[in-house]
Design a protein around this ligand. Structure first.
Ligand SMILES: [Zn+2]
Length: 118
């Protein structure tokens, strides 16, 4: 993981809820060309929702790995759940809060909340 990688945001968009099976995803950001797949590249599958950017997951275990249109986009969202190493910080904001579900509670964590992509 590059030194400049930082956790960035919790995403509450409807697609992230579907693919996480919960309230959304937790993400950092890297340039797509900074991402190197060391093994298992043949297992990766990409889903392009009708709205929003492409999401990539592992077809063997179902883990969600990348969003933001990786690998074609300039920047990629990196799912924090895919990183086993400790991270230097936690995400700084909640994005797509306009898509918070009727059954979902945003934590009272004092983080910035953004209606859209932030
Ligand atoms: Zn999302």
């Amino acid at each position: 993981m590059p030194d400049h990688f930082q956790p960035r945001a919790f995403c509450h968009c409807t697609t992230c809820k579907k693919l996480s099976g919960g309230v959304g995803t937790a993400n950092g950001r890297l340039r797509s060309d900074e991402v190197t797949i060391l093994e298992g590249e043949e297992l990766l599958r990409t889903y392009q929702p009708e709205e929003g950017t492409a999401k990539t997951f592992c077809s063997a275990c179902g883990s969600n790995l990348f969003g933001g249109g990786w690998p074609e986009s300039e920047n990629a969202s990196i799912r924090l759940s895919a990183i086993d190493d400790p991270l230097p910080s936690a995400p700084a904001k909640h994005i797509y809060t306009r898509s918070v579900a009727s059954w979902e509670t945003l934590p009272d964590d004092g983080l910035e909340r953004v209606d859209g992509s932030g």
